[in-house]
Design a binder for this molecule. Structure first.
Ligand SMILES: *Cc1c(COP(=O)(O)O)cnc(C)c1O
Length: 432
């Protein structure tokens, strides 16, 4: 399949070019030229399929012409080698847990898949590929883990100094090997801006092969389609009123959900749940998109003032806000509401939620108050232990850290501190 540029100023590109470039040279995003519709039979028989079978079937629609079944199966299976269980909280409230991968956030799906896909597409090419990624906390470690020890790649992560949780920072800065962490004296928006600037800087691109592994990379987005199908398949009662609430920041996760719907997944409505950084909510209300600086919250991976997948959503809906409104409901929540939800859900269901997941839960239950009788799934995007400081402060009790995460806590942070200036980043990269 070929991929077009959302700016539409250049011709479509191959899978390899889209995945290796990440972002088009004019700043546009890549989108699949076609979003295939899956046959009804697929949905009728989906409950008999394993997670791996579903992943492969979905991926084949986009990548089948470029990659043999055998190779694609290997890529998909080795990338998604962990489960995404649907947990029932009550009769019509379910959590789809996406945090069972190595860095305990849903970003493991996209990052692991992108790492393997890129390695496959490059074959035995020997020139060093620099994977440049801005993170508000979770992307960086997922990408670091997804690309760890992939030959001829150097991962460079930019993260906002002092704005990530302890465990997030340890996951980011202690990987070693081909992973470097740059601690930027600024916000996530600054990190994202620096990365975008690097991609369009002629001198840098003449000297280095840069690629992005942010959710702007289409390879990441494709793997995020998988769990929507699997989550739906795990519902016992697949009535025609299934809604899915997605805690959103850069809107990669939601965009993948909307693409799954376009492929035929019977979801009545998506709920875009955000923290107070709700530029998208404002767009739905007013029809005007006014990106601005982000404000820090306890759901830091969603502190985004200029969501990078917005252009993709516009493409999916022909730039028509009314069409988006028909599929997407928006709700926003404050830190106080988030903490209250963490504590209420723990009291009521003994279920622990991280702050991002709590916003997903709040979005769903808010929607269910207005629209009764719908079957709701909220995406649990990070393991609660990743945000233990906030949860322990909220619940006034200690929570357990899983063994696989504990080992990072003991490691020593290693980062390079850089000022919030493009010149500094550029110099650093040219001297790598
Ligand atoms: C990145 C992230 C989000 C937001 O996902 P987007 O695709 O950027 O909208 C939500 N929750 C967690 C835990 C994340 O790491």
């Amino acid at each position: 399949m070929r991929f077009y540029n959302t700016n539409k100023k250049s011709a479509s590109v191959s899978l390899k070019e889209a995945a290796l470039k990440g972002l088009a040279s004019d700043g546009g995003l890549f989108m699949p030229q076609r979003i295939p519709r899956l046959p009804d039979k697929f949905f009728k028989t989906i409950q008999a399929l394993s997670f791996q079978d579903i992943n492969f079937a979905v991926a084949k629609n986009f990548l089948g012409a470029d990659i043999s079944d055998n190779d694609l199966r290997k890529i998909v299976d080795s990338a998604i080698n962990f489960d995404a269980p649907l947990k029932k909280l009550s009769g019509n409230i379910f959590a789809l847990e996406l945090f069972h991968g190595p860095t305990a956030a849903f970003k493991d799906f996209g990052a692991r898949f992108a790492g393997r896909l890129l390695a496959y597409l490059r074959g035995d090419s020997k020139d060093k590929l620099i994977i440049l990624v801005a993170t508000s906390g979770d992307t960086g470690s997922a990408v670091a883990s997804g690309f760890f020890n992939v030959p001829c790649t150097q991962v460079v992560i930019l993260y906002p100094s002092g704005r990530v949780s302890n465990l997030q920072e340890k996951l980011l800065t202690t990987m070693g090997g081909n992973v470097l962490a740059l601690e930027i004296k600024g916000t996530f928006d600054d990190c994202q801006r620096l990365v975008k600037q690097a991609f369009v800087d002629a001198e840098l691109n003449n000297h280095l092969r840069l690629t992005s592994a942010n959710s702007i990379n289409i390879a990441r987005l494709l793997a995020q389609l998988f769990y929507y199908f699997y989550g739906w398949a795990q519902l016992k009662n697949q009535n025609d009123n299934v809604v899915i609430s997605v805690p959103s920041g850069n809107f990669g996760n939601l965009t993948a959900g909307l693409m799954a719907k376009r492929m035929g997944l019977p979801v009545a409505k998506f709920i875009a749940a955000t923290n107070i950084n709700d530029v998208f909510g404002e767009y739905l209300k007013t029809g005007k998109f006014r990106p601005r600086l982000s404000r820090p919250t306890i759901s830091n991976a969603m502190d985004v003032g200029n969501p990078s997948n917005f252009a993709r959503m516009l493409e999916l809906y022909d730039h028509d806000v009314n069409k988006i409104r028909a599929d997407v409901f928006h709700a926003r929540f404050t830190d106080a509401q988030t903490k209250k939800a963490i504590s209420q859900v723990f009291q009521k269901y003994r279920y622990l939620m991280d702050p991002h997941t709590a916003i997903g839960y709040l979005g769903l239950t808010h929607y269910q108050k207005i629209h009764h009788n719908c079957n709701g799934i909220f995406l649990a995007t990070a393991h609660p232990a990743k945000f233990s400081e906030i949860i322990e402060e909220t619940l006034k009790q200690k929570i357990e850290i899983p063994k696989r995460l504990k080992k990072y806590q003991r490691r020593k942070k290693q980062s390079v501190v850089l000022p919030n200036e493009f010149k500094a980043l550029k110099n650093f990269l040219l001297n790598l």
